[in-house]
Design a binder for this molecule. Sequence first.
Ligand SMILES: Nc1ncnc2c1ncn2[C@@H]1O[C@H](COP(=O)(O)OP(=O)(O)OP(=O)(O)O)[C@@H](O)[C@H]1O
Ligand SMILES: [Mg+2]
Length: 488
Amino acid sequence: MRLLVLGIHSGYGVKFLKAQTETILIVDDDRQIRRSLDATLRSWNYNCLQAENIAEAEQVFAAEEPGVVLLDIDLPDGSGLDFLTVIKERQPETIVVMITGNVDVKSTIAALRGGAHDFIGKPIRLEELRVTLRNGAETRKLRRRLNQVRREQSDKFSFQQIIGESAAIKKAVELARKVAASDINAVLLQGETGTGKDLFAQAIHYASERSGAPYLAINCAALPANLIESELFGHEKGAFTDAKARKEGLFEQADGGTLFLDEIGEMETALQAKLLRVLEEGMFRRVGGLKEIPLDARVIAASNRDLKKESAEGNFRLDLYYRLSVIQIDIPPLRARGDDVLLLANYYIKKTNAKRRGSKKLRGLAAPTAKIFSCYEWTGNVRELKNVIERASILEDGELVTTEHLPFDLTGGKAASPDSNGNSLFTLPPDGIPLVQVELDLSRQALERTSGNLTRAARLLHISRDQLRYRLNKSKDGEVLKAKTDLR
Ligand SMILES: Nc1ncnc2c1ncn2[C@@H]1O[C@H](COP(=O)(O)OP(=O)(O)OP(=O)(O)O)[C@@H](O)[C@H]1O
Ligand SMILES: [Mg+2]
């Protein structure tokens, strides 16, 4: 039977709280102690279970999953310390309070290291027990909350959140997953603005064994060099005029976790040298300090500039580049990810729909919009795409994202040009094609995109309004097209 706790004693009297049960398992071979503890705990509205040895305790623990265990150390079939290990393996959130007749330092240390919440000596003083249990309940609540937050963070920043099916993005994700699983201590993420460097860094952290420790980030372009140095390394009291107290730096605070150094290309050369030393030696010193402190944080550096080129031109230390680029993840620009553009557009449409109250929902992209999306340059990459969808979701009255509500850049801006390998945007059919037909086809697309506005269509084709009109006048098909323009 489980008792419902309807009130707890507080300094201000009995407060009525939400119904709550807390089950306590008492493990002691002394029947007298078990009985009296049982009576006391029940009088405090706890639900009680008993076991007289480890074998029995294991069974009861597995069946009932009590939140708290009062555990004697000397038990007939073994040491309570061994059972403590079992409990912590199975249910790390459980609060275990050790009970012992003679307090010996060795077993106290062993128990605390093993994750025991507290120690209570025999004979048990009831007030001490009451306080210990109350603290235990609080600790357990906090632990649960912390674990929940951690789970939420891991979901939020997992690799699953990186949308994309293209070979280019899959290659980057695959490499990042390998990095997450490894113990490599420095990684370089390189990609244009908005390609997802932050997203990748967080995914690497939360997929790694470091996920329980902090993920900290600093933007090297945002602060002057001397401040960055003391942010990273920390400082001793009196190291410089403003150093009124000792301060731990990010290398220390991120202990066991991950430190994200964003815009590493902007870091001052002298500081780059210090960073290299930390990565090479795995040790650092606070500013003004003498003690060498070991580094146990993985450093993920990011840059939207080509650091190899920068170092060749003398703008970045070559030795640091070599150290960081042992593992370099190149995040491809959106324009190199093929249909991922459409996949991401639909992903953000769903996301904005979920945020939007009321009945106005977008269903997808209108066909001309999809065409524009597929050949647009996306210099702001995924961030730009996300913003375009958010804007459309506000402006669009219908169910589809039409070209009408796209920003000027997309409809009137520069079209994608042949790529750096010189590959053409268009393929000549095997039997050739009359040039005039190509002209007409592109003119038709330009007019469609601008809803028949001749001036804007001409701008898209990089010719004057008169030149476009002249071309349309040249053929019968062109005349038909012209009839649909704002000249009619
Ligand atoms: N593959 C992806 N799937 C889903 N969302 C993405 C993807 N890539 C980027 N994003 C989103 O795009 C936005 C920009 O990404 P992020 O901030 O990681 O880019 P960045 O490379 O760090 O840019 P910057 O160089 O400007 O700092 C964020 O909202 C991020 O969640
Ligand atoms: Mg970023």
